[in-house]
Design a protein around this ligand. Structure first.
Ligand SMILES: [Zn+2]
Length: 491
């Protein structure tokens, strides 16, 4: 069926205009407006020409402003919840016309202009498929066709790819930005990064102090929530908001900026030109720790023997459990355990705390651990990490000098980045940061200040773990330390 009441959707892309303007930075505003309106005029001409060729009749032209194409705004959904959505009144109006039958076909410049957000595309597909036969959709570039299932699949893929690239870039980056990035320079635009002055180059010392403090707490096992609570209680303010939330803490700590690394299109590409606030090693440790915990939930375990106690009947790890007679470790049936072995948490913790402190109290042990904490293995892993990071920088340089294309660069980067991740894991497993920090000072004092997660890390690093034996029959319910049998480290 040939549409007799088609709608033509035009999209004014300021982003594209910005990109072109990167080379013509001295262009005046009037020239720019002129160029953009010329752009939309061309789009309309092309659309009308296509309609003519297809024999369609256009009855409605909807121009849509693209300034907020990827900026999502918080909107209220019909069910009362809020969500981040791209707001596009022009596109919605076109959909309504198609759905109501007011219009019976859609023409656009290309897929890119119609739907960059996969949600928009899905809405369009729904409308197209709501009629039999499907509502015809055509585009000047031929990129948007929804005539059959294969077309729809292809459109979904194209849209997902486009969506990814626009997110990675956050805004389309000109060649100029790429060069700045490759040289490790400040990208410009955006907000002032926490920890640095507006120029992005000068460290703001009071804020840098807060960042170092946050990193140290993460390494000690504090949750992001605890960090926020502490900062908020002390009246320390973030860059833009009034109070801290777990997300703002994690976005600062996860950002490579604070360790003097330049990120571009979501990837670290090498050394930045600004000074680091946190040294590379600490930053990697913080990343490992944040990844371990996965977010700032309050569900951090508080029972630090979790993972260190094994059921003597079924070999499963005991879990911290809130029982009727207070907290205990239990071979929990809800988690597939036998349910037969349980031990009082407070008593078991007190006993193992005593053992840890005894162990660390021996002079020779302490001396050996101190040297082990900087073992050759971890030194080797660190050396490898440094080598890989150097390679990444060289790659970025080659790319900046046009000695390789973006695709080759991305591929090469991917391979090395995988290795970097492995080295990081090795560095982390060989020398638990918390243990090293503990050994550096007064062990007893340090231990008293450790959070459960930190205690657990120390325990797992120095002691082999324990098998929990059943309670002896007929014996009064008194805690018996002999039920905790050290595992043979060889097994
Ligand atoms: Zn069991």
């Amino acid at each position: 069926m040939t549409p007799t009441r088609a709608v033509l959707l035009l999209r004014i892309s300021y982003r594209k205009a910005e990109e072109e303007a990167a080379d013509a930075a001295d262009e005046t505003t009037i020239e720019r407006v002129h160029r953009i309106s010329k752009g939309i005029g061309r789009q309309e001409e092309d659309g009308r020409a296509l309609a003519k060729r297809l024999g369609w009749t256009i009855v409605k032209v909807i121009p849509e402003d693209d300034t907020s194409a990827f900026k999502r705004r918080k909107i209220k959904l019909p069910d009362g919840t809020t969500a981040l959505r791209t707001v596009r009144p022009g596109f919605r109006a076109a959909l309504d016309m198609l759905a109501s039958g007011e219009c019976d076909g859609l023409i656009a410049d290309d897929l890119d202009r119609v739907a960059r957000d996969p949600r928009d595309l899905e809405d369009l597909i729904d409308v197209v498929e709501s009629r039999r036969p499907r509502i015809p959709v055509e585009s000047v570039t031929g990129s948007l066709r929804l005539a059959n299932d294969a077309d729809i699949t292809m459109a979904r893929i194209m849209c997902a790819v486009a969506n990814k690239s626009s997110r990675d870039t956050s805004r389309r980056v000109s060649r100029k930005h790429e060069e700045l990035a490759a040289e490790g320079k400040v990208g410009g635009g955006g907000f002032r990064p926490y920890g640095y002055e507006r120029d992005g180059m000068t460290v703001c010392e009071p804020e840098a102090e807060v960042i170092r403090w946050m990193a140290a707490r993460v390494l000690e096992g504090w949750s992001q929530n605890e960090i926020c609570d502490d900062l908020n209680a002390r009246g320390v303010k973030p860059a833009k908001a009034e109070t801290w939330n777990p997300r703002s803490v994690s976005s600062i700590l996860r950002g490579p900026r604070i360790t003097g690394l330049r990120r571009f299109r979501g990837e670290v590409i090498g050394d930045a030109s600004w000074p680091a606030i946190i040294d590379r090693e600490t930053w990697h440790d913080v990343q490992a720790r944040l990844n371990e915990r996965g977010g700032g939930s309050r569900n951090d375990f508080v029972r630090w023997l979790t993972g260190a106690l094994i059921c003597s009947r079924c070999d499963r790890p005991l879990c911290g459990w809130q029982g009727n007679r207070g907290p205990r470790y239990w071979c929990a049936t809800p988690r597939g355990g036998c349910g037969k072995i349980t031990i009082n948490a407070a008593h078991a913790e007190a006993e193992l705390e005593r053992q840890v402190l005894d162990f660390l109290g021996k002079r020779n042990v302490l001396a050996r651990l101190r040297s082990l904490a900087s073992t050759e293995t971890s030194a080797a892993a660190r050396a490898e990490l440094a080598e890989d990071e150097k390679q990444l920088r060289e790659l970025a340089g080659m790319w900046a000098r046009r000695e390789m294309g973006l695709q080759e660069y991305t591929e090469a980067r991917r391979i090395i980045a995988t290795r970097v991740k492995e080295s990081e894991a090795l560095v982390k497993s060989q020398a638990p940061r918390v243990l090293r920090a503990l050994l550096a000072g007064d062990v007893r004092e340090g231990w008293a200040e450790l959070k459960p997660a930190g205690r657990r890390e120390v325990l797992l690093a120095i002691l082999p773990g324990y098998r929990v034996m059943p309670m002896e029959e007929g014996v009064a319910r008194r805690f018996d330390p002999a039920r905790l049998v050290p595992l043979d480290p060889a097994t």
